[in-house]
Write a protein that binds this ligand. Sequence first.
Ligand SMILES: [Zn+2]
Length: 444
Amino acid sequence: MDSCDGFSAKKRTYKEVSCQHNDPNGDSQTFIRCLTQDFDDQRCQDDGFETATSIDQAEVEDNIKRNIEVLRCNREIDPQCLIMHKELHLKYLKKGLQNLPSSLEILDCSRPWLCYWMLHSIEILKEDISEETKSKVIGFLSSCQHPDGGFGGGPGQEAHLAPTYAAVNALCILRCEEAYNVINREKLLEFLLRLRKIDGSFKLHEGSETDIRGVYCALSVAMLTSVWCDELIKNTAHWVSRCQTYEGGFGGVPDMEAHGGYTFCGLASLVLLQEGKLINHHRLLRWLVNRQTKFEGGFQGRTNKLVDSCYSFWQGGCFPLLHRLLAKTEPDLTTCSNWLFHQRALQEYLLIHCQAPHGGLIDKPGKSKDYYHTCYALSGLSVAQHFNYKRKVVDFILGPDDNELLYTHPIYNICVPSAVKAINYFQGLPFPKVQLAKDDTDSD
Ligand SMILES: [Zn+2]
């Protein structure tokens, strides 16, 4: 990996990247793919064998088609109708940071996640976060930190790798020392080392099972906060590589079905470990490109499943990572104008079908908005708009220029300036002194 872009594990200096605008399809920003003649030909064919899955798929496509017809009418009035409704989304997000409906009580053990989903969405929409809000979020996340390291899903809850990842990301988004200094790095590293197993995998919390999410969460926070060390990553790359399935994507553990979320976790982990060579790139690419749906334009999470906007990032975010791996071995396949997936189709899906009328983004037409899908739909849109190639960010913004989002870092999924500032800050601190465990003995 290049050492200038945040992908490498080694200490690095960040440089400004130059920007250029590019339209890789040779079409204008106002061209709309789904309004072309015979677009219906892209619909799924069941070959005369109707199944429960094909019925669900047809229902989704009918909803998509209705939206396309509305768009066709709107476009006659306003050719620039593919608008990202930023103000409405920001209103929804800022309201959530102040007050949540009682229906979200079910997410009581995911409260750092709610902070992260909202803060990242606000940041990606290029809105500043007020000092008052920062201060409240810092106070709250601080109360979620466990005295023995890591963060729980709420104050007083057991530490768990998933909310630890969310809390660290949220604090990095705030981009200030007060936020960074909440993190007890010494205890965090001890926590991570306690969760590591001899085979290189990570438990999600003490006494739990292991899966590939644990690996990604552990490595991401270790890199961001600069507590990365050899003891933490021993055998991990090999364990992660065993999660690649015959299909090409990654399962949660070896021999499980390939899935978008696990695939992102596996690939991002291997990129952080600089061990991308351990997996079959072509098989992964084939699986990923086939997860982008032809008619809807968005991604599905698994083979034969329905489109869902959150996979715009979980699957879409894999492409910049894989592009970098392939660039070493397949320079012809990986040019500046070849993004490996159909970024116009993905932008159309998100802009036309996933914006809720009063702000927030949805999974697919017919679903309700929520903060999780708002975060990952916007993150996927950012991935489809920006592409980092040889130290240049190449942009392709569908619709008006104002639709442009900030560029999200494809490993950590916080915006690049936040990742850079946090890594630079923590690299300036001494490495925490920890008692390394009785090496390589599993606690379970
Ligand atoms: Zn989803």
